[in-house]
Design a protein around this ligand. Structure first.
Ligand code: PFF
Length: 453
């Protein structure tokens, strides 16, 4: 099959542009909130080790697969699978990716909206307006959630309207260094506080006896979500990639960067919890485990910021929620770009109109969730915990057995001459054909059984 060139689709301007955009997609709420939460839930460093293994054995090969499919075809996920398989079977994987992208974005927007609302909450608390602060801080307040969900969607659509290099690439080039800067300054500060050393110890001392099937399932799910895999985000980003870029090298950079940010976000959040403990704030739930999930980010940490007091407390808290919001924004644009690129390519609708149509549909679901945040768990179960491994597994099976890894390797040879003959190429092909589908398959079946049981 010849490479399909769709004129005017756009490309990344530079090698770094693609890496930063893909890293921006990967680094999000999943790293700064999800990862530390999972570590807290699953007994510390043991989780980190299993997570690393999942990222390297499964995440990286699947990421290379997605980028290769995207660059070969120069299309959105639906168009890409259609182009590589005339039977039509493949397109189902693309459609599933588009649906998962939209539904994940729907709940992602609501949580992202909380990060902006909390900036106001912290400012009002600082000025002594407790009633106003309580309004902004009430996670179950439907109208407030709806307002901030809409605001976050407007930012996301605004960037997507700018297109690939002027919108996504430019935004991530500015936002990513800023994000890294805030994260490092905050870690530096938390490390000066009493109690942080206990947190670092807890974070880095593995208890291997805690490794079991549940921990492994959580680690694999976290790897898929954090690396933005299984729904065609990287097929889409890969479709804007120039032929002379080395896919394997770029995927490795993105994976390492994502793991690094998750790791250092844990270095911020877990020690911060122990600083809170040393100040008398409860950080363990009734079950004796570290408080995690929503309460960790929106209850324990704000209490710590409050204890710091004064302008410093305000500065640190606003920086933290800004950090979370920026990370979420560079991910939400990639979630929206998947269905938007589908509408542009397959329905020949111009970008601005496409992003308004898709944005409107996603917003409809997001607003429903705004008024009933219990739905977040339902969406996470279906589209994240089941949807992403399912998409990833089908992508591996498709690439390895339908399109064939030998063809994919020929595409990888562009930008990495000799890849198909190298050991890298051979090991990758073996992983995509055998190891990844089997490992993801086990995780997928067990996750489904756990959810329906
Ligand atoms: N990787 C993002 C995070 O860690 O928050 C979430 C995400 C973005 C998942 C894009 C999937 C995706 F396609």
């Amino acid at each position: 099959m010849a490479t399909i060139d769709t004129p005017g689709r756009g490309t990344w301007n530079s090698k770094l542009g693609f890496i930063l955009a893909a890293a921006g997609s990967a680094v999000g709420l999943g790293n700064i909130w999800g990862f530390p939460t999972q570590v807290a839930d699953n007994g510390g460093a043991a989780f980190i080790l299993v997570y690393l293994v999942c990222c390297i054995l499964v995440g990286l090969p699947v990421m290379i697969a997605e980028i290769t499919i995207g660059r070969k075809t120069g299309k959105n996920p639906v168009g890409a699978f259609k182009a590589l398989d005339s039977s039509g079977f493949g397109a189902i994987i693309g459609y599933w990716g588009v649906i998962c992208g939209m539904m994940i974005l729907a709940f992602y927007l609501v949580i992202s909206g909380w990060t902006i609302a909390y900036v106001f909450e912290e400012i009002l608390k600082y000025t002594g307006n407790m009633t106003g602060a309580a309004w902004f801080g009430d996670l179950a307040n439907g109208p407030k959630n709806a307002i901030f969900t809409i605001i976050f969607m407007l930012f996301t659509v605004g960037i997507i309207n700018g297109g690939v290099s002027n919108g996504i690439e430019r935004a991530t080039k500015i936002l990513m260094p800023f994000l890294l800067f805030i994260l490092i300054v905050m870690i530096g500060y938390v490390f000066t506080l009493e109690g942080s050393a206990d947190g670092v110890r807890e974070y880095l001392m593995p208890d291997f006896s805690l490794i079991d099937i549940d921990l492994t399932l959580s680690a694999m799910g976290q790897a898929f979500f954090s690396l933005s895999l299984g729904m065609g985000a990287l097929i889409t980003y890969g479709s804007y990639l120039k032929k002379n870029q080395n896919i394997m090298e770029s995927a490795a950079y993105v994976t390492v960067f994502d793991i690094f940010i998750a790791f250092i976000a844990g270095m911020l959040v877990i020690p911060a919890m122990y600083v809170a403990l040393s100040q008398g704030i409860a950080i363990f739930g009734e079950d004796g485990d570290l408080i995690s999930s929503v309460s960790l980010v929106f209850t324990v940490l704000p209490q710590l910021f409050e204890n710091m007091g004064g302008f410093l407390g305000l500065f640190v808290s606003v920086s933290f929620f800004l950090l979370l919001g920026l990370a979420a924004l560079t991910s939400s644009i990639s979630l929206l770009e998947v269905p938007v690129s589908y509408v542009i390519d397959e329905h020949k609708i111009p970008r601005k109109k496409a992003s308004l149509i898709v944005g409107g549909i996603v917003l409809f679901f997001a607003l429903i969730i705004s008024f009933d945040i219990g739905l977040i768990d339902v969406f996470v179960n279906i589209f994240n915990e089941i949807g992403l491994p399912l998409g990833g597994m089908m992508t591996c099976i498709f690439l390895g057995w339908v399109w064939k890894s030998s063809n994919a390797l020929l595409e990888i040879d562009n930008g990495f001459p000799g890849a198909s003959e190298s050991n890298f190429g051979k090991v990758w092909a073996f992983f995509i054909q055998y190891i990844c589908p089997v490992l993801i398959g086990i995780v997928f079946v067990t996750t489904v059984l756990n959810i329906i049981r």
